[in-house]
Design a protein around this ligand. Structure first.
Ligand code: ADP
Length: 334
């Protein structure tokens, strides 16, 4: 339930449908992926063929689901959306695959979390458009081959490196999604504000973009909280002052750090002089589980160059002292 988490919550799901760009031209940023994908789709259209399978890798909230929907829209094809964790048994996957229609796009989110037997069934489906459906159990079981219509699998994963090579190799193209630059997030925010009928200053959008951790989903979520504040406390217009006040209320600071992130830095700086300090000691002092500190707070702090993980423990960088407005202790004489 952190405001700055990149995973989707219930409210996100409810409103995201309205904010998704519908075609490649409307999709902001990710120039390289967009250009590569545009070529793949255009070539397939010219050949009257189904595009190659596409793998999209990158952190949550950067637009992988959106791109899969765009692929379907650009090909004028229907889309089916599911995820690795939802496919526990090979039979679950067989049921989905056997009901696909010609040219359909199958979006498989978190593809690295599929079960092993399902994964093996997918290899054959991707390569030969065929599955073996096992009927019966034990020695009497028989495999009935089933032809599938050509379809395009769009797989999404947080890290392409997590995929077994045989699966990775069956994708014709891998798009690596990057975090968005602030200027790109500003464009996302202006677009969303227009769709939500909000009045936002360019500087107001910049203020929100700077706190959005390079992630459109977070930008859109922060925009909704700022909208509430602007509406309740003012006349609805989003200026930089109002955006900053609103996000201060929600404890998302100017760089996108929330309360937990700041607590980790604060303890590291004030209690341990900037480190090095071990993870478990740091976590106890923050009053959190080690896993929470390591998996929830640290990745962004590391990415922002505020904290470093070293063999001797966690250390704060000069930027961390600066960000919290503290002075590092003077180096010992000599
Ligand atoms: P993912 O599947 O990578 O977790 P989504 O495709 O669900 O991410 O995107 C999350 C939200 O961010 C969506 O509501 C979408 O509208 C918005 N979004 C993502 N990428 C873009 C983009 N390039 N331009 C505009 N909005 C975007």
């Amino acid at each position: 339930d952190r405001l700055v988490t990149a995973a989707a919550d219930g409210e996100d799901r409810a409103v995201e449908a309205a904010l998704r760009p519908k075609d490649l031209a409307e999709f902001i940023g990710q120039e390289r992926v967009r250009e590569q994908l545009s070529l793949v789709l255009q070539a397939a259209r010219q050949r009257g063929a189904t595009p190659d399978h596409v793998l999209l890798s990158g952190p949550p909230g950067l637009g992988k689901t959106t791109l899969s929907m765009i692929i379907a829209a650009e090909m004028n094809a229907p889309i089916r959306i599911t995820s690795g964790p939802a496919i526990q048994h090979a039979g679950d996957l067989a049921a989905i695959l056997s009901s696909l229609t010609e040219g359909e796009v199958l979006f498989l989110d978190e593809i690295h979390r599929m079960s092993r037997p399902a994964e093996e069934m997918l290899y054959m489906a991707m390569e030969d458009f065929r599955v073996d459906v096992i009927v019966g159990k034990g020695p009497g079981a028989t495999a009935i081959p089933l032809e599938l219509p050509p379809f395009t699998l769009v797989g999404a994963t947080t890290r392409a490196g997590l995929l077994p090579p045989p699966l990775r190799d069956r994708f014709g193209f891998t798009g690596h999604m990057e975090f968005y630059a602030p200027a790109e997030l500003e464009r996302v925010l202006h677009r969303s504000a227009r769709l939500l009928d909000l009045d936002i200053d360019p500087a107001g959008a910049a203020e929100i973009a700077g706190r959005s951790r390079g992630t459109p989903r977070i930008a859109n979520r922060l925009l909704r909280r700022v909208r509430d504040y602007a509406q309740v406390k003012h006349d609805g217009r989003i200026t930089p002052e109002i955006a900053a006040q609103a996000l201060d209320v929600y404890e998302v600071d100017g760089r996108g750090l929330d309360r937990l992130d700041r607590a980790v830095l604060d303890v590291l700086l004030r209690l341990f002089g900037g480190g090095p300090v071990g993870l478990s000691t740091l976590a106890v002092a923050v009053g959190e589980e080690s896993e929470t500190v390591e998996e929830v707070a640290e990745p962004f702090l590391v990415r922002e160059g505020l904290l470093a993980r070293t063999p001797r423990g966690r250390i704060a960088t000069a930027a961390a002292w600066q960000h919290l407005g503290l002075t590092p202790p003077a180096a010992p004489p000599g």
